[in-house]
Design a protein around this ligand. Structure first.
Ligand code: ZN
Ligand code: ZN
Ligand code: ZN
Length: 369
């Protein structure tokens, strides 16, 4: 809803979630600390051994069950929300069970620890549990204008960070040293938090989620840089592949292929397109270029409050893209023992039905020192 903020925005989201619960035959939604809770209430809290849970009944009644000591924090974040605070010796599971009421399934938070779910299953014996994402994914996939603005802003911040990073000295330094510089650049350009900084140099680039280590970067190395964090709670995620000095001819050829695959992904990611067809459009370019078996992951993932969320651009997903959906487009080619190349942007399906990039930093094979 344009122009709404704070409590009323969260109340509207809870109303939509409650309607979805009813439509899907669910009695209630129970979510713990994490992005579903933040999305529905604005309340953010780390998970601990003490149960915190929002219970949203299909009739729209919303209650936050929480340890009494967190009362002030919850009141400040979500003053409009009814709270049921439990004392250290109370049974919070009985509290949740009493609030669930009615017949029907219970939609349980995907990010709720199993330690809590197992106790809830005892307290609600005989009830059927389903993933909360059955209910929340349809809401969270369709971004509100404010959410798209937040993603655009955090994306621009990541782009500015890359402008700083490409000026850094790479040769002779370790991956960890570069990662520290990337984190500093993200913060300097407006990120509130840095979530990950992958620096995968030379042969390490062949592992898509390489754990940044103490390898010293050398001249001629391709270096995959994949980094992101949050600003205003929304996530960034960008990958660029750079080369230290002059690239060899295969690196140039592979990088060009990945770039063309990404462009094909952009071309296919239109309003109404199936997620699997977008993956296929990019994959076909790489397969025809002779590296099909070296593109070893899906093309992309949704992004928002979570760094990876629905919709997933993967060959098994026949879901159709819609205006307002945001996701990564990140083809890659990985050559074991040699190097890897990946190019990743965040994009969203815009008002004209085409995919608009939130990352516009130079996608070429950038030469670094
Ligand atoms: Zn990844
Ligand atoms: Zn990434
Ligand atoms: Zn990604």
């Amino acid at each position: 809803m344009p122009g709404t903020s704070g409590p009323s925005r969260h109340r509207q989201r809870r109303e939509r979630a409650a309607a979805a619960l009813g439509a899907q035959g669910c009695a209630a939604l129970v979510v713990g600390p994490g992005s579903d809770l933040a999305y529905l209430t604005g309340y953010r809290i780390f998970a601990t051994e003490r149960l915190t849970a929002l219970v949203l009944a299909a009739d729209g009644t919303a209650t936050l069950v929480l340890p009494g000591l967190e009362g002030p924090r919850a009141e400040a974040a979500a003053p409009d929300l009814t709270r049921r605070e439990w004392a250290e010796t109370d049974d919070p599971y009985a509290l949740v069970a009493a609030l669930v009421g009615g017949a029907g399934d219970i939609a349980i938070g995907d990010q709720l620890w199993s330690a809590f779910l197992l106790r809830l299953q005892d307290a609600l014996a005989g009830r059927r549990f389903r993933p909360a994402s059955d209910v929340t994914r349809a809401l969270r996939m369709r971004k509100e204008p404010e959410e798209l603005a937040a993603l655009r802003e955090v994306g621009a911040s990541a782009d500015r960070a890359f402008s700083r990073i490409r000026e850094l000295e790479f040769s002779g330094r370790t991956e960890q040293e570069l990662a520290a510089d990337i984190a500093a650049a993200l913060r300097a350009e407006g990120h509130d938090e840095v979530t990950f900084t992958i620096v995968a140099s030379g042969p390490n680039g062949a592992s898509p989620h390489h754990h940044t280590g103490d390898r010293r970067i050398a001249r001629g190395d391709a270096v995959v840089l994949d980094f992101g964090g949050t600003r205003g709670w929304y996530c960034s995620d960008i990958t660029r592949t750079v080369v230290v000095g002059e690239p060899d001819s295969e690196l140039v050829r592979v990088h060009d292929l990945v770039r063309r695959a990404q462009e094909a992904g952009y071309g296919a990611a239109r309003d109404g397109a199936r997620a699997c067809d977008v993956d296929a459009a990019a994959r076909t370019v790489i397969t025809e270029g002779g590296y099909g078996d070296r593109f070893i992951h899906r093309l992309g993932h949704g992004i928002g409050l979570d760094g990876h969320e629905h919709p997933y651009l993967v060959s098994s997903n026949e879901e159709r893209l819609e205006r307002g959906m945001a996701f990564s487009i990140e083809p890659g080619i990985y050559l074991p023992g040699r190097f890897g190349v990946r190019i990743e942007d965040i994009a969203a399906v815009g008002a004209d039905g085409s995919a608009q990039p939130f990352n516009v930093a130079d996608r070429g094979l950038t030469r670094v020192r």
